[in-house]
Design a protein around this ligand. Structure first.
Ligand code: ATP
Ligand code: MG
Length: 407
């Protein structure tokens, strides 16, 4: 893409009303724009990153054998009254329609998927079943001041699984953990699997936490035996003994990017979601649910991967593969290179604008595309190649660039 064609949402100044470094960088870099507290627009650069994250997640959910669907945002009040959560879920956004009928704006979808699943589940032969969506969720969060890390409107992947036995749920749960680990590895984020409250069927739910100074959660972590527990369920102190092995534990800040639960029959019972076994006897379906914060991941990646000049995107989620910067006096060489790289299937942002070299370099560092290519009067027949996460530059030819991206 020609940079002159890209609407320029890059800002010179850091926003003053954002506390999280990820929010400041994403706004300055023209990835997102804040409409209200916890409510953001994904701008042309930002949507590219979000779509890349989504497609990595989608691929692993499909590999797990789950089927994608898209459920409504508006949920009739009755569904939420059936589970009692109309009254108990404090973050539930409620709206009234013209007919005075009330609705919830979906913060999660157990109240929709459970009655829905009954339309496809009749016997044990229909199980197991995995259904997922990537969708905008709404939560009236009291502390929505960390950019994409805590939105009131945010993007989540939520998968629900349906089983005839707890044994089958357990096996699926393990597979889901593996799929999550693959996603995070591809995204370039290091996660730790943490035991947390919220297990309705089992003692714990499991969270995927990224250790970050700016994370909102506190994790009790034992290097020796690997114990990792959310502090909300645990009164262990920093430097205190590990409740499992007795070694000294540390308390680390974490950002929760995923949370998986064995739900058991908590939602199938109120909605009479049942199946018939081989003898024709009826049983409640056993469920699991698996959430992942797609937009929170975008913010978390930036929290983890940035320097004082800007964002350092991992290649898999970056908005472009390479940033080609043209400086004056190159006689059409940059334009020719751009065309050839595009033809080779490399996604290039080509800065052909008449702005100063300093401005081009500063913006390039800010938006954080993994590879920078510079063509100037000084580079002769060669091209200056630099990775965003390294300081060294080298002069290369076009063959090198093609080979680099083939990997
Ligand atoms: P938290 O404890 O951070 O409030 P939660 O435990 O309420 O999150 P879940 O219901 O487990 O969240 O949702 C699944 C995933 O969705 C979370 O692991 C997180 O990554 C993401 N998520 C939850 N709330 C938000 C939010 N307000 N903004 C962005 N992402 C969120
Ligand atoms: Mg959670």
């Amino acid at each position: 893409m020609l940079q002159s064609q890209l609407p320029n949402f890059i800002r010179k100044e850091s926003p003053r009303d954002e506390e999280a470094v990820s929010a400041r960088l994403l706004i300055r870099g023209g990835f997102v724009d804040k409409l209200a507290s916890g409510v953001y627009t994904y701008l042309p650069l930002g949507i590219r990153v979000l779509k890349n994250i989504e497609s990595i997640v989608r691929k692993e959910m499909d590999a797990l054998g789950a089927h994608e669907l898209l459920m409504p945002v508006m949920h009739p009040k009755e569904n939420w009254e059936k589970t009692g959560r109309w009254k108990t879920l404090d973050v539930l956004f409620k709206i009234a329609g013209r007919d005075k009928k009330e609705y919830a704006l979906g913060p999660t979808h157990e109240e929709v998927i459970s009655p829905l699943a009954q339309k496809a589940i009749f016997s044990y032969k229909d199980l197991p079943l995995g259904l997922y969506q990537i969708q905008t969720k709404f939560r009236d969060e009291p502390r929505a001041k960390s950019g994409l890390l805590r939105g009131r409107e945010f993007l989540m992947k939520d998968l629900y699984s349906f089983h005839a036995s707890t044994k089958d749920l357990d096996a699926y749960y393990e597979q889901a953990i593996k799929a999550y680990k693959k996603v995070f590895k591809k995204l370039g984020v290091d996660t730790v699997l943490v035991e947390a409250s919220g297990g309705t069927f089992s003692k714990f739910s499991h969270e995927f936490q990224v250790f970050l100074e700016s994370g909102e959660d506190q994790i009790v972590y034992c290097k020796k035996c690997g114990l990792a527990q959310n502090r909300e369920i645990n009164d262990t102190r920093e430097g205190g003994p590990c409740p499992v092995c007795g070694a000294i534990v540390s308390i680390r800040q974490g950002a929760e990017v995923g949370n998986i639960f064995r739900l058991g029959t908590k939602y199938s019972e109120p909605f009479s979601l049942t199946y018939k076994d081989a003898k024709g006897n009826t049983h409640p379906v056993i469920m699991g649910c698996y959430g992942m914060g797609i937009s929170r991941l975008m913010g978390t990646i930036v929290e983890a991967l940035h320097d004082d000049r800007g964002i350092v995107w991992p290649a898999e989620v970056a908005p472009f593969d390479a940033h080609l910067i043209e400086l004056p006096g190159t006689n059409g060489k940059a334009k020719k290179l751009y065309k050839e790289l595009i033809e080779a299937g490399i996604d290039v942002l080509y800065d052909e604008r008449s702005v100063s070299a300093g401005e081009k370099f500063a913006e390039s560092d800010l938006i954080g595309i993994p590879v920078r290519l510079v063509v100037s009067s000084k580079t002769g027949k060669k091209i200056e190649f630099k990775k965003r996460n390294e300081e060294t530059t080298k002069l290369v030819d076009e063959t090198f660039i093609r080979k680099y991206f083939k990997k």
